[in-house]
Design a protein around this ligand. Sequence first.
Ligand code: IMP
Length: 176
Amino acid sequence: MPAPRPGRVLVGERALRSRIAELGAEIVRRYAGEPPVVVGVLQGAFLFMADLVRAMPIDLATDFVRLESYGSGTTSTGQVRLTHDLATSIEGRDVLVVEDVVDTGLTLAALRRTLEARQPRSLRVCALCDKTGRRQVDVRVDWVGFTLPNVFVVGYGLDYGGLYRNLPHVVVLERI
Ligand code: IMP
């Protein structure tokens, strides 16, 4: 069987740019006068977060967490571990979590529990991609960039075995 490789483009650069501009404008409206702490989930959200915060012309703060939920395969292990924590306190703050993909929802549900225990004033989530058809737990996502079918995607921050994060668009991983 051939090794999986990046195949067809699912979300191109132009679509990413215009959707992120829309998301940024919507999110800014929601936080009128009270800029949030934007928390990126490494590594997958690094490019999305970089573009999203540049579409949010307000005095926001940024921080990052790193979670481990996947090995080098394409299915969730169901185990989530915080391997890098926030540098700042979020108690009493408005927090916007920026995620790459919500798939089974296990990772985001665990992250929400961890962050909510720190008593932020509000906790909202913006995910670049949502694979609603694969959900195993019900988890709230406030803003979604693109709803995807049940396919494994790479590029624009998303990886397979540590590769392909630097592709400028979201593509389907295929066995070609
Ligand atoms: P969940 O816990 O199943 O919702 O998985 C969430 C995490 O799995 C995401 O933050 C990604 O890091 C990874 N993931 C899920 N689907 C994909 C995909 O299609 N491509 C790359 N990573 C994915």
